[in-house]
Design a protein around this ligand. Structure first.
Ligand SMILES: [Zn+2]
Length: 207
């Protein structure tokens, strides 16, 4: 009886699962998420290349991050223009993580509205719809990156913070962006708040 039920359920579910996953998982978001670089989908080298290819207008002054930048780089605007409290927490955590052999490299930090707009346009082109792009890249007037309140970290730092971040007030905000951290001071005593599934579910992103 149980086997029959399971068989019936599987028969009903599998075709639907197959069709729904094939539309999403064969496209770039999942592929980028599972990339060994653990980079945010909107920040692979190709995005930066096309952004700078646009007359070279968008560079480090707009928040583009060169390779290998750590949270200690005061000369890189993406880092230096982060909210001072967020930056202080990041540097404290990075100092402690160094004892574990972990370096806090930054893939994204503060960004100009122009750069955020560029990333959003690229995400819409890449993902094929505004709705899917909204799961990954916020509009400039809503982005926590443009306000300097969010950082995207490389894999080693993200991994370290997933274990230790709350004691620094550093929390992962979205289930689908394990690299994206923001400051939640209350986390030091209460732990990090529940995560949103993705940016599209974040009330801050609504009109
Ligand atoms: Zn982010």
């Amino acid at each position: 009886m149980v086997a029959i039920l399971i068989g019936a359920i599987a028969f009903q579910l599998l075709p639907g699962q197959a069709s729904s996953t094939s539309t999403t998982r064969s496209t770039s978001p999942a592929a980028l998420v599972s990339s060994p670089l653990h980079q945010p989908p909107a920040l692979p080298a190709t995005s930066v290349t096309s952004a700078t290819g646009d007359g070279g207008r968008l560079g480090t002054a707009d928040g583009r991050v060169p390779e290998g930048v750590t949270v200690f780089r005061d000369d890189v605007p993406a880092v230096a223009k982060l909210d001072p409290k967020l930056l202080a927490a990041l540097r404290q955590a990075a100092t402690d993580a160094a004892a574990d052999g972990v370096t806090f490299e930054v893939n994204g930090g503060w960004r100009s509205a122009d750069y955020q707009s560029e990333l959003l346009r690229e995400a819409e082109a890449e993902y094929g719809s505004e709705a899917e792009a909204a799961r990954w890249v916020a509009r400039p007037n809503r982005s926590q990156h443009v306000s300097g309140d969010a950082v995207d970290l490389a894999a080693a730092a993200s991994s370290w913070l997933s274990e230790h971040g709350a004691s620094y007030g550093l929390c992962q905000i979205y289930d689908n962006e394990r690299w994206h951290y923001e400051l939640r001071p209350d986390a030091v005593t209460r732990g990090c708040p529940a995560r949103w599934a993705d940016a599209a579910h974040d009330p801050r992103m609504q009109e």
